[in-house]
Ligand binder design. Structure first.
Ligand SMILES: N[C@@H](CCC(=O)N[C@@H](CSS)C(=O)NCC(=O)O)C(=O)O
Length: 283
């Protein structure tokens, strides 16, 4: 079973009063997108309003995201990946819209800019900073895969998405008819639009002589090295377009065991000992 933690929230016991929601003004001075997410078919979502803004920091080309439950009396809000240079801008927007900023969150330890979370906390001390435990950095709250970050009646789920950095996580809006649809995933640098974050911070940052022992091999190889893979890996030596094309054209079949293996492996293989393993040897 998936381990779910819900972070304790100061606002969790307050009820939702949709009629008190107030439409924030759209300020054209910001590079923003406002989305009062609609779920026409969802009765559960009907009385809820997510405010969403995409903000931009030009020197590092970083997006910061502001989310708030504006149907909630306190309008609790959070910022994902704020930048120090634009912290004042973000806080002005929060104030202008009458929001209560409760969390300043990072997807990972950024290498190209200084996070705005520290600065924001000095200006609004009640704000709690959040980052993954796997990032090995400091914050008020260290989250792990499966945790939920609640703001008003909305929440973000945490998914581990290492690769660019070890502690990279993706924050996904909640699943369920009372949560915004379509769901939104804040991927940090793990997945970029038509690209992905660089991987040389991880495996390819190891010494070239490091031995590589993979989980699978389909051609009879047993071991390689970082240097060898940097030079000869037929996928990772290509440019982005070619890499995408190769991956899109792999056409691998649906793994035979996936429906049994995944649920079972989520509980270390001990899902239900009365169920006999399926014989797939003839497939
Ligand atoms: N020129 C920038 C750094 C650009 C860069 O390396 N971006 C990273 C994400 S920030 S560490 C990345 O993963 N890029 C992937 C890509 O496809 O560009 C600077 O010096 O700050």
């Amino acid at each position: 079973m998936l381990r779910i933690h819900t972070l304790r929230l100061p606002l969790s016991n307050l009820s939702l009063i949709s009629s008190q929601s107030q439409k924030p003004r759209l300020n054209n001075n910001y590079r923003t997108m406002m989305n009062y997410t609609k779920a026409a078919s969802s009765q559960a979502f009907k009385n809820k309003k997510l405010l969403f803004r995409q903000l931009f920091e030009k020197d590092s080309s970083t997006y910061t995201y502001l989310l708030a439950d504006v149907a909630h009396p306190d309008k609790p809000a959070l910022l994902i990946d704020p930048v120090d240079k634009t912290a004042d801008r973000d806080l002005s927007l929060v104030k202008e819209l009458g929001l209560k900023l409760i969390y300043a969150i990072n997807t990972h330890v950024h290498a190209d800019h200084v996070t705005g979370t520290g600065l924001i906390k000095t200006k609004v001390p009640s704000v709690k900073s959040i980052i993954s435990k796997a990032s090995k950095s400091k914050a008020d709250l260290l989250i792990e895969a499966g945790d939920k970050i609640q703001f008003g009646d909305f929440f973000l789920e945490v998914r581990a998405t290492p690769g660019h950095t070890l502690g990279c996580v993706t924050y996904v809006t909640g699943d369920g008819s009372d949560q915004p649809q379509p769901r939104m995933a804040f991927t940090g640098d793990a997945l970029l639009i038509r690209g992905c974050g660089r991987t040389d911070f991880q495996i390819f940052s190891l010494p070239k002589e490091t031995l590589i022992y993979p989980a699978h091999d389909y051609r009879g190889f047993t071991v390689s090295t970082v240097g060898e893979e940097m030079q000869y890996n037929s996928r990772l030596t290509k440019d982005e377009e070619m890499f995408k094309s190769i991956m899109e054209n792999l056409n691998l079949p649906y793994p035979k065991m996936i429906d049994i293996a995944v649920p079972s492996n989520m509980v270390c293989g001990l899902q239900d000992l009365s169920v006999k393993p399926v014989d797939t040897s003839s497939n």
